[in-house]
Ligand binder design. Structure first.
Ligand SMILES: Cc1cc2nc3c(=O)[nH]c(=O)nc-3n(C[C@H](O)[C@H](O)[C@H](O)COP(=O)(O)O)c2cc1C
Length: 194
């Protein structure tokens, strides 16, 4: 295969694989470092390199699980407290090998608006996702209600001008890669001007 064919196959074959679909095995930190290094090659406007990551593994995953469950339901004594939901959120990070908290560190270059920094972080996450996929690992970008909160931003150690952008779960897949699905082909999303 040509380099382009290999790349296209990796891009089209990458899938969302969620924590329930992981074996629970731990991945070597050195492999995760390789994946993180791919993030660092994302493009930016003005070399701002705004991606910041917090890697939760080992006991760190339990800290993240406690945080997520508590943020969702801080009071166990209310009538509608849902223990099953609490436990599900708390245990989710433990099903992954590593969970990477995704952050955007706002620079002070006035030529670079915030939206460009967010775009760059998304490029960085896609790099990690492709890198994980190429290594045979499952990965999943989770947002949900906690991704963009001030509490999560603080939990990641970010400042008030920064943003948290969710959680990137990585694990060894216990399932074959699911088939990809797109609702319509690219031709329905493109306008050519000639
Ligand atoms: C920014 C972003 C946030 C996402 N957040 C969630 C989420 O909170 N819950 C979820 O089930 N999937 C989430 N996903 C994964 C998408 O659901 C998934 O990528 C989509 O179903 C396409 O599947 P594929 O990645 O296998 O092609 C997110 C994806 C992106 C890019």
């Amino acid at each position: 295969m040509t380099e382009a064919e290999v790349l296209n196959q990796l891009i089209a074959g990458r899938r969302t694989i969620k924590p329930d679909q992981y074996t629970g095995e731990l991945i070597e930190d050195s492999i995760i470092e390789q994946i993180l290094n791919s993030a660092n090659w994302a493009p930016t406007h003005g070399y701002t390199e705004p991606w910041r990551f917090v890697v939760f593994t080992g006991e760190g995953r339990a800290q993240l699980g406690d945080f997520l469950a508590y943020q969702d339901q801080p009071d166990k004594n209310v009538a509608d407290f849902n223990q099953m939901r609490y436990d599900r959120l708390r245990n989710r990070p433990l099903k992954a090998s590593h969970v990477i908290g995704i952050g955007m560190k706002r620079g002070n270059n006035p030529k670079v608006p915030e939206i460009e920094e967010i775009c760059s972080v998304a490029c960085a996450v896609q790099n990690m996702w492709l890198s994980a996929h190429s290594l045979g690992l499952g990965a999943y970008w989770s947002t949900g209600s906690m991704a963009f909160t001030e509490q999560t931003r603080n939990f990641f150690g970010l400042g008030e001008n920064d943003l948290s952008l969710g959680f990137f779960y990585i694990g060894k897949p216990a399932i074959p890669l699911p088939a990809g699905r797109r609702l319509s082909g690219i031709e329905t999303k493109v306008t050519w001007v000639r």
